[in-house]
Design a protein around this ligand. Structure first.
Ligand SMILES: NC(=O)C1=CN([C@@H]2O[C@H](COP(=O)(O)OP(=O)(O)OC[C@H]3O[C@@H](n4cnc5c(N)ncnc54)[C@H](O)[C@@H]3O)[C@@H](O)[C@H]2O)C=CC1
Ligand SMILES: O=C(O)[C@H]1O[C@H](OP(=O)(O)OP(=O)(O)OC[C@H]2O[C@@H](n3ccc(=O)[nH]c3=O)[C@H](O)[C@@H]2O)[C@H](O)[C@@H](O)[C@@H]1O
Length: 435
């Protein structure tokens, strides 16, 4: 199939490269010329394991990039993989989606065969229920197009994670096709047929309505975020009783109804999606007159975990004027992404306390340096620990598990672990956040 994807960021580029690898002809459309040049040169615009190889193999060939929306005219369907950030009040900001939908409509309106060949426009981005219906389809139609004749719309949310995006896309737990027209459903089946054939096991397809598909994405993300907040709540209780929350989590995870994943308690969830998506669906629900109590509590608990980490440090060290090491800056291991990382509230809390911060991360240092140019950055965990009067662990990078004699170089070996990655050992004062 010939496919176009508007937005060549984390999702757009990963999906495009994987679809090209599965045999489709794919073009991404982005307003950023540097991104377009990078993809055409065979390099990915983002850091994601496995993506380099795919873009190197297909970039400039079955995978092309362009700034020209007219490229969609040679394709059967267009996915919108544009940003859906938050407004100041947490509600979803749809300006990029509406601009992209309008540009797609204008391009289609210029096509000679537009009236005879309905073009499918698929919402890939995460948007609150009814966005495709109420906000995007009308923008496409604004160009003088008729829905059903000139274009169709659908929702096909994406569940990939950063750090494992390629593997997640190629072997998804499910595909969700939200449509209101059999022609749209058929096109989505054609698009994913090679993926389902190549996948390791059966990939279930959920055929549903457009708004249901949009809501499934929020239910998925907020359920997982709330699961982590719940295990953090349970973990905080465990800590009060001197009980090991990880032993408790391992045991309850054996119950199939609970499941073993997303039970790692600690300093909380961050990233580009859990925080913004939770805020967006809470805001959207409130606009409808419903206040989601559990989701609000999940956010509140998540916001409080970094301060709990710091108060454990306070129990052992008066950090004012002291050198304190922050180990890990990325929102999770395997990425240089610092969007909504828990490291930010931790750094803020240390600054408020007057600590001298020395931070270390294997890949996210440069991103954090842009945000906090005034703190010290070490080249290794060992260098960060040397002379420090305390250390906090924010990201569970594997290399932190191997730290050992490096702690002997600390001025005062107090370690507060927000991710259970450091082994308790002789010679250090160790506090786990929930164990
Ligand atoms: N990052 C992730 O792992 C996941 C993200 N999502 C959702 O996917 C959507 C996209 O997220 P990301 O890929 O992370 O965003 P991103 O910010 O990495 O990429 C968006 C791209 O769109 C481009 N763009 C902006 N306006 C444009 C326009 N009018 N026309 C053409 N291009 C334009 C930007 O230059 C950028 O390259 C969001 O709704 C997000 O919630 C869903 C699943 C996973
Ligand atoms: O919509 C999205 O963008 C994506 O959001 C998450 O993916 P991602 O944010 O990349 O990373 P996760 O692995 O889900 O981790 C999110 C946060 O939760 C934290 N977490 C996760 C699991 C856990 O047990 N404990 C825990 O604290 C991580 O440290 C991280 O800060 C979802 O897992 C994806 O399915 C979804 O597509």
């Amino acid at each position: 199939m010939n496919v176009s994807i508007v937005g060549s960021g984390y999702v757009g580029t990963t999906v495009a490269a994987c679809l090209a690898d599965l045999g489709h002809e794919v073009v991404t459309i982005d307003i950023d010329e540097d991104i377009v040049d990078t993809v055409n040169d065979g390099r990915p615009p983002i850091h994601e394991p496995g993506l380099d190889e795919l873009v190197a193999e297909h970039g400039g060939g079955r995978l092309r990039a362009s700034t020209d929306y007219d490229e969609i005219l040679d394709t059967e369907l267009t996915m919108l993989a544009l940003p859906t950030p938050s407004n100041d009040d947490g509600s979803i900001d749809l300006q990029f989606m509406e601009a992209g939908a309008a540009s797609v409509g204008e391009a289609l309106a210029g096509a000679e065969n537009a009236a005879t060949d309905p073009h499918l426009v698929v919402t890939k981005s995460t948007v609150v229920p009814n966005t495709t219906e109420d906000r995007l389809a009308p923008r496409i139609a604004d160009a003088g197009l008729e829905r059903g004749t000139d274009f169709l719309v659908a929702s096909n949310p994406e569940f990939q994670r950063e750090g494992t995006a390629v593997a997640d896309f190629l072997n998804p737990d499910k595909l969700v096709f939200g449509t209101d027209d059999d022609r749209a459903t058929d096109l989505l089946h054609d698009l994913y047929a090679p993926l389902r054939e190549a996948a390791d096991g059966d990939v279930p397809v959920v055929e549903t309505g457009i708004a249901e598909a949009e809501m499934i994405k929020y239910a998925n993300n907020t359920f997982l975020a709330t699961k982590v907040s719940l295990i953090n709540d349970i973990g905080n209780i465990c800590k009060e009783f001197g009980v090991d929350a990880y032993e408790v989590a391992d045991a309850i995870g054996l119950d199939d109804r609970i499941g073993e994943q997303f039970l790692r308690s600690g300093v909380g969830w961050g990233g580009s999606c859990f925080p913004k998506d939770t805020d967006a669906i809470i805001a959207a629900a409130r606009e409808q007159g419903y206040d989601p109590a559990v989701l609000s509590a999940a956010v509140e608990l998540n916001d409080a975990q970094p301060e709990r980490l710091l108060s454990l440090l306070d129990d052992h060290v008066d950090v004012s004027g002291k050198r304190i090491a922050v180990l890990g800056l990325a929102f999770k291991p395997g990425t240089d992404d610092i969007r909504n990382t828990r490291a930010v509230p931790v750094i803020e809390g240390l600054k408020e306390r007057g600590a001298e911060i020395v931070a270390y991360d294997p890949v996210a240092t440069e991103n954090m340096r842009e945000r906090y140019p005034d703190i010290e950055y070490a080249d290794s965990a060992a260098a960060a620990l040397a002379g420090a009067s305390g250390a906090v662990v924010v990201t569970d990078w594997d290399e932190f598990a191997a730290l050992d004699t490096e702690f002997d170089e600390m001025a005062d070996p107090v370690v507060v672990d927000g991710r259970r990655i450091i082994e308790r050992r002789e010679g250090i004062t160790y506090e786990g956040l929930t164990w």
